[in-house]
Structures are given as structure tokens and as C-alpha cells.
Ligand binder design. Structure first.
Ligand code: ATR
Length: 280
């Protein structure tokens, strides 16, 4: 009998996770199917318990459920997910214990590794202080980066930096507003955009222009719709190295796949499937 996996969220119709994971299951020859379910925040606990009762193989959670999951008594939180304050992957353990993880930061780390970025000791500017920024900044701090979080609402950047500094992670973290970006980037190695700037339907907006970037930078935009964001175009124009958000999408999914199945997923195929869907 097919084992069912799923992603819960609202809205959920445009999620790329089903095609990505289904391509992996069929390539490996696993008799599994991954489906998207529209779940409202007030029904999340019932939905997770229902999935557990029905023998689901595992779940992803997306907007607006990642933070809601943190408050549910039925989930045993992985310490990293607890620190980040968001859960994107649910694992039903061997004794069907419900465990909550966050693989977004690992996805970003893998995307940077793929782009040959050395994280330890690098100066990384993270633009934004929402859920994605939290996951990425905690992970990169754990890997020894020097991080500057910049955000439109400066207080959120400072709060995130303080949350990370309060843990014993090796990386240093600082929070600031958005002003003085060009000077800040002059001796930075990486800029990561986690804001919604540049995302469809605001594709003409960007956190930085070519004039503020330079050829020594890697510019990683976690936005993947459109595929080539304005920021990535600006990066190319400045000679910086562009890294697409598709990599993070695929690697966070691949990490979830490993947690559910213990099997190494076909990452290249997953990426090809997602790219084809985005280009269609
Ligand atoms: P997610 O959880 O996906 O990271 P989020 O919590 O809504 O999303 O965070 C969105 C981020 O984009 C925030 O850092 C937000 O800045 P504020 O904290 O000041 O709201 C940032 N953002 C959204 N629109 C922006 C804009 N027009 N200019 C600059 N930053 C923007």
C-alpha cells in the first residue's frame, strides 16, 4: 500500500514540494505519494494527529503554520527548530513519536556550499529578520560565520541578533537597519536576501542595486519566483556571483526526505523537476 507524505499550508495550491518529492520517490522506486493539503492554523494539531493516525510517512509545514507548530503539545521539538522558532518538517519516529524539525537553514547552507562558499569565518549579510532569516542566521552562526542581520524594522534585526548571541554558537551576530548597505557590503563575502523584495508580483524591487554590490561578493536570493530575480540580475551586472533560491528549496526538501526515509534523495533530479515547473 502506498505510503502518504504531505505538505500542510494555506495557501498551498502552488507548492512545488509535491512534484519535487514525487519525482524523488518514483526515481528511487519507493511506493509513496506526496500531496498538498490546505490546513488552517486552528486545525493544525488535528491534521497532524490525523496524519499520524493514518500512518503518513512524514510532513512539511509551510506558511502560515511553521510558527503555529511550535505551540503544539503533540510535537517534540528538535532544539534547533525550537531556537529558530519554526517547524517545517514533521517526522513520525519509530514509536510514532511526532518530532518537529527545521531544515530551512541546512537548505541555505547546502546552497552556499554548492556555490563553493566557505561559511566559517566569512562575513555574511542577511537581509530580513522573518522566519527564513532566523533559520538561516542560526544555521550560519552554528557554522562559525560572522553575521550582520539588516532589516527594514531595525528592532527585529537586533532581536534576532540577540536571540542568536544568547546561545553558545560560535559565530558573531549583529543587527542593524537597512541604511549604509554599500559600505557594509564592501568587506562582506556574502549577501543573502530573505525579504520578499523581488518576489512575484513585485519582481521589479530589490534589496540592493549593482552599484552597491561588488565582484568579490556571492549574492544569494532565497526568492525563486521569478527564477532570475532583479537582485540576481544586479549581482551579475556588478560581477558578483549569483546563487538562486531554487537551491535552497531543493536542499531543504532533500534534508526533510533524509529525515523521513534515511535514504539519500536524488537531489539533481529534484532540482531539474523544480526548474522545469518554474519555467513552464
Ligand atoms: P518569512 O517568514 O518568509 O521570512 P516574513 O516574516 O513576512 O517572511 O518576513 C519578511 C521580511 O521581508 C521581513 O524582514 C520584512 O521586513 P520587516 O520586518 O520590516 O517587515 C521584509 N520586507 C518585506 N517587505 C519589505 C520591503 N518593502 N522593504 C524591505 N523589507 C521588506
Amino acid at each position: 500500500m502506498k505510503q502518504i507524505f504531505g505538505v500542510f499550508g494555506d495557501p498551498i495550491a502552488h507548492s512545488l514540494s509535491p512534484i519535487m518529492h514525487n519525482s524523488a520517490f518514483s526515481a528511487i522506486g519507493m511506493d509513496c505519494i506526496y500531496h498538498a493539503f490546505k490546513v488552517r492554523p486552528d486545525k493544525l494539531e488535528k491534521a497532524i494527529l490525523g496524519a499520524e493516525a493514518m500512518g503518513f510517512g512524514g510532513l512539511n509545514l509551510t506558511v502560515p503554520l511553521k510558527e503555529v507548530a511550535l505551540k503544539l503539545d503533540c510535537i517534540k521539538l528538535d532544539p534547533l527548530a525550537e531556537r529558530i522558532g519554526a517547524v517545517n518538517t514533521i517526522v513520525f519516529g519509530e514509536t510514532r513519536e511526532i518530532k518537529g524539525y527545521n531544515t530551512d537553514g541546512l537548505g541555505a547552507k547546502q546552497a552556499l556550499r554548492e556555490a563553493a562558499v566557505e561559511i566559517r569565518g566569512s562575513k555574511i549579510v542577511v537581509a530580513g529578520a522573518g522566519g527564513a532569516a532566523r533559520a538561516i542566521a542560526f544555521q550560519l552562526a552554528a557554522d562559525g560565520a560572522e553575521i550582520i542581520v539588516i532589516n527594514r524594522t531595525e528592532g527585529r534585526a537586533i532581536e534576532l541578533a540577540q536571540d542568536i548571541s544568547a546561545t553558545a554558537l560560535p559565530g558573531k551576530v549583529e543587527g542593524r537597519g537597512l541604511s549604509g548597505l554599500k559600505t557594509l557590503l564592501q568587506d562582506a563575502d556574502v549577501l543573502i536576501n530573505t525579504t520578499t523584495l523581488g518576489m512575484h508580483p513585485n519582481a521589479d524591487t530589490t534589496i540592493a542595486t549593482a552599484e552597491e554590490l561588488h565582484s568579490g561578493l556571492t549574492v544569494f536570493d532565497i526568492v525563486y519566483n521569478p527564477l532570475e530575480t532583479r537582485l540576481l540580475k544586479e549581482a551579475k551586472a556588478s560581477g558578483a556571483k549569483p546563487v538562486s533560491g531554487v537551491s535552497m528549496l531543493v536542499y531543504q526538501g532533500a534534508e526533510a526526505f533524509r529525515l523521513w526515509t534515511g535514504i539519500e534523495p536524488p537531489v539533481e533530479l529534484m532540482k531539474k523537476t523544480v526548474l522545469e515547473a518554474l519555467q513552464a
